[in-house]
Design a binder for this molecule. Sequence first.
Ligand SMILES: [Zn+2]
Length: 312
Amino acid sequence: MKRVSLAVSAAIAVMACGVAVAEDAPPPPSSPVVKINAAAPNAKIETTPLRGPLAMLSGSGGNITVLSGKQGQLMVDAGLAVSRAKVEAALAALGKRPLRYLINTHYHWDHTDGNPWVHEDGATIIATAGTVKRVSTTTRVDDWQFTFKPLPAGGIPTEIVTSDKTYHFDGQTVEVKLANPSHTDTDLYVIFKEANVASLGDLFWNGVYPFIDNENGGGIDGMIKADDAILAQLNDDVVIAPGHGPVGTKQQLREFRDMLASVRDNVAALKKQGKSRDEVVAAKPTAKFDDKYGHFVIDPDFFTRIVYDGLK
Ligand SMILES: [Zn+2]
């Protein structure tokens, strides 16, 4: 009997150990993190004017918004660290350095991995308390098959936004707004009042299915609620920098919100019928939208699983 118990204990130990090894092991090629990281070193950084002194840089994970003026530059999101030289060149082409502020829309690595170098270049980093917490610790995202390590000390935001806050930078009123739990539980977004530009982080993926971080406070209903709140604040002429995808309009944000609501209702109806997650995926509840939104790292099946898992 004793021998059996020992064997059982050993098996449990191996299982526990196996979990630890799996989390520390290199992520599989199917991980979206691996795909996005692999694309970045060779990607060109594209600069797209938004309006007035604002521009969007794309090609380094999540999109980066830049406000350039006489006082220096303010960035929203930092992209991936590997793109440092190219992003610095793009910033220099936009105007006068130094970097003064960096606002992180949320904790995800494709928006915060560049934090340490942006801070080294002079920026004070602004974020929610949730972002500070998650970039300071190890965070596992099973949906991405990836374990994120804490950022080095210089990359941790030092200015914490606990309620909506307005900054004044180089003639622009910069409104930092907290979102309800939605894409994650760490999201904020930024409205540049005079320029009539909004930088929404991953609350808006223009023309592609979004990732929603169910494991870290996100969920489909929260995403819809956050986008409703944003739509209520923006006027029709606003220029929008999304977290992923090209520069967008309010109409495109509305279409994205309506797509989320439609897929949510389809998935919820199938789930209510007692269908398993695999059966719901097989029923293709996103089919109507796949041509338009299904051509990025979050494919229709993956998006369906995310919506299913996020339903309360
Ligand atoms: Zn994200």
